[in-house]
Write a protein that binds this ligand. Structure first.
Ligand SMILES: [Fe+2]
Length: 169
């Protein structure tokens, strides 16, 4: 984990999710390039299915943990309308919209006959790149700004509470 927070931090599971997420993005990047260049293959379609499961499961839970467990105590100190959590919330909404577009394009590409390159595959690559760049930068900001800041401004007991709440989600 290359996160500048302690490994025993209550926020460590979020940082660990980020490591997993970056690996999923790298696999997606390669798969959508293959799909756009060569058409559908079982390997690339399996990566799409895996990425969809990641969006629907771990990523949805992660966003919920941040929005409902971590952000509120930060906002109690810094306010909700401006500042880093407002940016993070906005980016979540933006990313979720791109992910909705991604799902419908992934459906189209998955339904295409094997070996046929399609305009949907090119569009899927475009939207995937948007997610890869957007989620990558979002993760970078959280790891390098939001999480260290959380450690500076939240008392240890509050961080422990955040960790407990997250574990229940
Ligand atoms: Fe995150």
């Amino acid at each position: 984990m290359n996160s500048p927070i302690p490994t025993n931090s209550p926020l460590a599971p979020l940082a660990q999710d980020h490591v997993v997420g970056l690996a999923k993005l790298a696999a997606l990047d390669k798969a959508v390039a293959d799909l756009a260049a060569q058409g559908a293959s079982p390997e690339a379609l399996a990566v799409l299915a895996d990425f969809r499961a990641f969006l629907d499961g771990p990523l949805a839970r992660h966003f919920k943990q941040e929005e409902e467990a971590l952000f509120p105590p930060l906002e109690a100190v810094m306010g909700r309308d401006r500042g880093p959590t407002a940016v993070m919330r906005y980016e979540h909404v933006d990313l979720l919209a791109a992910m909705d577009a991604w799902r419908s394009l992934a459906d189209q590409v998955s339904a295409a006959p094997a070996g046929t390159a399609s305009s949907a595959a090119l569009e899927l690559q475009r939207v995937s790149r948007q997610i890869i760049a957007g989620l990558g930068q979002h993760i970078h900001k959280e790891d390098n700004v939001l999480f260290p800041m959380s450690h500076r401004i939240l008392p240890p007991a509050t961080l422990e509470d955040v960790g407990k709440k997250m574990a229940e989600m």
